[in-house]
Design a protein around this ligand. Structure first.
Ligand SMILES: [Zn+2]
Length: 128
């Protein structure tokens, strides 16, 4: 009647892995439709009327300059929706450079940076 040993513990872990933890929300100004990330004001028109939207989570690493050693894995990522967010890039350092496509693998919890991984490393059959 009762199973011992392998139980639901493994199932819970698997569910964790596929949980929608990688949802990244950004903001779109209701007035000028500028997209931005974690701002109080629209950078274009100064409006505070920013509506949250769910990002597709894909972007391209942008150029950076003047990075402290502690922030070595932090890169500005230009997302498909047009906003730029500094992310921790999860990948081999030699492969992480401007122009590389990335996808969000961990969303920004409070006080944390979003985490992205290299699209090239992910064996996807196609786009959705
Ligand atoms: Zn605006």
């Amino acid at each position: 009647m009762f199973h011992t040993g392998l139980r639901s513990g493994t199932a819970v872990q698997a569910a964790d892995e596929s949980a929608p933890d990688s949802e990244l929300y950004f903001q779109r100004c209701r007035w000028c439709h500028t997209t931005t990330f974690q701002r109080l004001l629209c950078p274009t028109c100064g409006s505070t009327d920013l509506a949250p939207e769910l990002s597709g989570g894909e972007g391209v690493i942008s150029v950076r300059r003047g990075v402290a050693a502690a922030d070595n894995d932090l890169w500005p990522v230009h997302m498909t929706e047009g906003f730029v967010v500094r992310c921790r890039v999860d990948g081999p350092p030699h492969a992480v450079r401007p122009g590389v496509r990335v996808k969000v693998s961990g969303a920004a919890a409070s006080g944390r940076r979003p985490v992205v991984r290299l699209c090239e490393e992910v064996p996807l059959d196609g786009w959705y």
